[in-house]
Ligand binder design. Sequence first.
Ligand code: PMP
Length: 413
Amino acid sequence: MANFSDLLLDVCRVRRDFPILDREVHGKPLVYLDNAATSQTPRQVIEVFDDYYGRYNANIHRGLHTLADEATAAFEGTRETVRAFLNAAETREIVFTRGTTEAINLVVNAWGRANLGPGDEVLVSRLEHHSNIVPWQLLARELGFTIKVIPVDERGVLDQAAYRDLFTERTRLVAVNHVSNAFGTRNPVAEMARVAHEHGARILVDGAQAAPHQTLDVRAIDADFYTFSGHKAYGPTGAGVLYGKAELLEAMPPWQGGGEMIKTVSFEAPTTFADIPHKFEAGTPAIAEVIALGRALEWVSEIGLELIGAWEGRLLEHATEGVQRIEGLRILGTAPDKVGVLSFVVDGAHAQDIGLLIDQLGVAIRTGHHCAQPLLSSFGVDATCRASFAAYNTPEEVDVFVDGLERVVAMLR
Ligand code: PMP
């Protein structure tokens, strides 16, 4: 069994922050292993909503009254929290979005429309979530550029030699995730950024699965764009982040038009736009959600990302070891560098049936294509079961999951 004793994570204390972990499902204690889809929320984050709506709910930026000032200060304070979390150079490089999907769509539509045309090439990895594939495909259909796919090997590792060979003088951008949601592979994004820049291309790194699991440094990666979602990082749904290098954001046209993103609006003269990041934040944002996201990132930093990553790594090791005793179980995604994601199929037992039956035992895992159909189809499957770990999971919960899986598989065969 993996050794946990040298890690200074007080998991009992961590769990006390999460009211939801006390609930039962089908009369059994909840074992929540669907963290790659959405992580649970600590009470410190939940309390932000009570505080905001109970004390200082007001629209931001425009007001001159006390409540508007307080809301603006809390909202803009989160921009600094996110800047520090990503180690970005400046707060104006942080754009708030609804999540990763919206952040990628922003880059595709604002940067893509200004920089891509017929004959240009965008490299997209086979490990991508649909949200880093489909927006590029939609724009490619319209503008006539080509999408080339960075292949994966049988472990779910991106083929770096093939990646380097894909570049031509028409390559404009690389779209790759920092960590794969389907397999847990951690990609060498700093090295991939170096290669992209050597060829004069930009790189967008989708950090949705990296954000809550490891220390991030967009400058060390040298990412041109970096995205993540609050709800996978102990925060709420509805708030996410686009980081972009200032000179790129400045050169990009706006994406959505509306209030807040303008300097002056006129029918007689050209409308002028606000400075970054506000140029990309049209309309009233998700104010409470953004403030709560800031609190979530503070919570993560209080525990320590290094420690969280190490803890989840041990849980993965323990689970990987445990499921080996199930005959006919095949793990998909065996990269040497993985985060706490365990994706698998079992001979004679469909993923969907496993998911439904193990839920009866109180264990929540995800089953399906994980919005990564091109990846799964290249491994000859249309669905896997996926258990994914967070800071509040315990080795005992992994045991409940593995024992439950063994029982469920026996029932299905
Ligand atoms: N990219 C990756 C790697 C993801 O795991 C997800 C969510 N499963 C997304 C993008 C999309 O994130 P959201 O739904 O929060 O926009």
